[in-house]
Ligand binder design. Structure first.
Ligand SMILES: Cc1cc2nc3c(=O)[nH]c(=O)nc-3n(C[C@H](O)[C@H](O)[C@H](O)COP(=O)(O)O)c2cc1C
Length: 209
């Protein structure tokens, strides 16, 4: 019995293209894998710890091999809870809109909390950086108002997928499949067409995920 963690980054809920495709993916996944569980992490409904001075001091204390003060310990425990939830999954699904060519700030906040030495990656002078989240598959559903096809000059504007792929690779993911729900702002039926195409791709992936 596998646990899927679904991380949702659009605040638009029933109007969201990325969430609609993710829900279609997850429904197909549940039908194909009835014994598995799906846990949803709606980033907009989650009280993410602030990445403030105490948290940063706690992070640097670890990097410098120093013990935590009581304040740093409390701050770090909130970070550890987020990482523990993340690490407890066997498979991952992310859905996110493109915002200003990148990811929504709530997802950046989550990533800033999640990417920690000893929790999702390690560093040693001998081995350098090593991702600790290994051997787990991931599907990422990207919604984009425009289109940024690979091999065109527009590709360079897609910092959304470039950034997330880099982050996921950094913490250890090697099996990441991407679904683009793009052109959602291309005319009156842009969103419907994008959701239909994205859903067809996502549902096909759900069978073997
Ligand atoms: C704040 C904001 C910034 C956006 N920036 C971009 C952008 O840089 N490029 C783009 O193609 N679409 C952009 N869009 C459009 C969204 O990516 C598009 O509407 C997408 O379908 C939203 O996904 P969602 O419906 O799942 O929230 C932006 C939308 C918002 C709200």
């Amino acid at each position: 019995m596998a646990k899927v963690l679904y991380i949702e980054a659009s605040p638009r809920k029933e109007r969201s293209a990325s969430i609609e495709v993710a829900n279609n993916f997850l429904n197909a996944y549940r039908a194909a894998h009835p014994d598995d569980t799906v846990e949803t992490l709606d980033l907009w409904a989650t009280d993410l710890p602030r990445f403030d001075q105490s948290t940063l001091d706690a992070k640097y204390a670890i990097l410098h091999g120093q013990p935590h003060t009581p304040g740093q310990k409390a701050a770090w425990e909130a970070v550890e809870r987020i990482a523990a939830q993340f690490n407890s999954a066997d498979k991952y699904v992310f859905s996110l809109p493109m915002w200003n060519f990148g990811v929504p700030y709530i997802l950046k906040h989550y990533i800033d909390v999640l990417l920690q030495p000893g929790l999702t990656f390690s560093f040693t002078p001998e081995e350098g950086y090593k991702g600790l989240v290994t051997g787990k598959p991931e599907v990422v559903i990207y919604a984009q108002g425009g289109q940024y096809p690979k091999g065109t000059p527009w590709e360079n504007y897609d910092l959304q997928s470039k950034y997330l792929e880099l982050v996921l690779g950094f913490i250890g993911f090697t099996d990441v499949k991407s679904v683009y729900v793009n052109g959602t702002l291309n005319g009156a039926d842009g969103k419907d067409k994008a959701v239909a195409a994205g859903t067809a791709e996502a549902v096909a992936l759900a069978q073997s995920f």
